[in-house]
Design a protein around this ligand. Sequence first.
Ligand code: F6P
Length: 324
Amino acid sequence: MKHIAVLTSGGDAPGMNAAIRAVVRTGLYHGLTVTGVVAGYEGLINGDFRQMNSSSVGNIIGRGGTVLKTARSKRFMEADGRRNAIENLRKLGVEGLVVIGGDGSFRGADILASEFPELRVVGIPGTIDNDLVGTDFTIGYDTAINTVVEAVDNIRDTASSHNRLFFVEVMGRDAGLIALRSGIAVGAEAILIPETKTHVDRLITQLERGWKRQKSGHIIIVAEGDDAGGAFQIADMVQKKFDKLETKVVVLGHIQRGGNPSCMDRVLATRLGYEAVEALINGQNRVMVGQISGKVAYTPLTNAVKHIMDVNDTMLLMAEIMAL
Ligand code: F6P
């Protein structure tokens, strides 16, 4: 293998830059030509390429976002778009591609590899959602949950001062893992996630109980994809039957996607970036490189994207007990 390319795709995640840096420097260490693709699959289709050297990735390990830019490419879902991408990669002589992204990006990577068998493709899990199979943590998750914790700690101060009820919506269209872990860390009174059914009446009983024992301030963490709706909708439903506490809604939104990556994310990204290049050189193809119990693990891209719906029951029970 002489030439590899790297791209970031889908929602950005803190630590993507650290992963790009690791891919580029490991590639250069092995004497490879390394090309950066601008704006994910859009860049592959448009032929928007940058030759990378060691300085192209200088001083980026601590920066959020992605210096290579990212996109959710509709054109790449079409056969025509992918044909252009393959032509561009062929012209350039790229033999290995590293895709840093989440489930949608890996689906695209796997189709590309099936249509272009001379190309080897390796994925690096980069998403704040932590919803991929084959890694304990995805790059960006640790930073995002710490961002949530910092924000909700601030909300807790004002919630207690006014004895108010706050519904805080966090990201996770299909996955409640941001909500679950950050909710435990902030001592949320309830955590509502898409993986479990939300019972508004049960939530109201919990709130009544807290109100009776004069809890100062209540925080409900709502994953944006919860089955009962977003934070505004759920707050509305609750207010209709429980009006003892003044209610506020906060949607944290994209604040969770930015910011300097945590130490955990920088180290994870560096390790997976390094391992992705080693994997390509060693002939791996159509796999995601992850880390399970401290060890590097390879998971076929088609399995990595299988959505995790079985959240840890003990974590859920623990969260409930802590809110009693
Ligand atoms: O996949 C990461 C994520 O941040 C999800 O948690 C969220 O639902 C989605 O991306 C938002 O995407 P966009 O920024 O494209 O609206």
